[in-house]
Design a binder for this molecule. Sequence first.
Ligand code: ATP
Length: 241
Amino acid sequence: MSGAPALDVDLHVTVGRGAAAFSVEARFSLPTGVLVLFGSSGAGKTVTLRAIAGLLRPARGSVRLAGEALYDFPRGVFVPAERRRIGYVPQDQALFPHLDVLGNVVFGLPRAERKKPGSATLALLDELGLTALCEARVDALSGGERQRVALARALAAEPRLLLLDEPLSALDRPSRLAIGRSLREALARRSLPAVLVTHDAEEAAAFGDVFVRFERGTPAREMPREVVLGEGAPCPHCGKP
Ligand SMILES: Nc1ncnc2c1ncn2[C@@H]1O[C@H](COP(=O)(O)OP(=O)(O)OP(=O)(O)O)[C@@H](O)[C@H]1O
């Protein structure tokens, strides 16, 4: 649908049961670009990403990608995760340790592409600086290299949206800057919308077009850029000035 926001989310999700149940409400819209989720630990950012990806079934609400309903509770729509064409890079990257770099990157692709990677896959490996590491085992890689593999695997499937859960948080500053630059370029080159979780104000500033703050027990809400990043702004992690 032309003119529709890249992503529209209105979700109520409950995970766990009984006294251990956790509920999160999130309502936000991303016209285009990158939406940054931030806020206190345990407030429901990962749960929200997993619900957008279709890995969790929400209690009610809706998720629309470029106007297409991926989840619509009143209409009974729930598109399964594998048909959403959403790339999800979880915090722990979830790489396959028994496969080499190329095996990880092509894992979700059609059989012919897995047997003989085509030019798009080779170009992607080159773009992310992975060509020389193709045959390396992922458990022998550095944290930064593993993050590049996780990104390449998500991008190889040509997603319509990328979900990134603290993609740079485990890296030292030089790697954070280098991979952050690769990531921004990869998103811009594809005009690919993304949702990124971060606790880091510098990262939020570098990536964010829209900012959504999560706080345990209250609905997640959009915050203006100047409030999140402006002078005297509260810490995007804890909310304290
Ligand atoms: N499958 C699940 N079953 C039960 N509880 C869950 C499940 N997944 C997450 N939770 C709980 O939901 C709450 C929110 O978790 P979530 O991982 O979304 O937080 P977060 O905002 O991403 O935190 P952090 O910034 O520390 O990564 C936590 O209390 C967590 O224990």
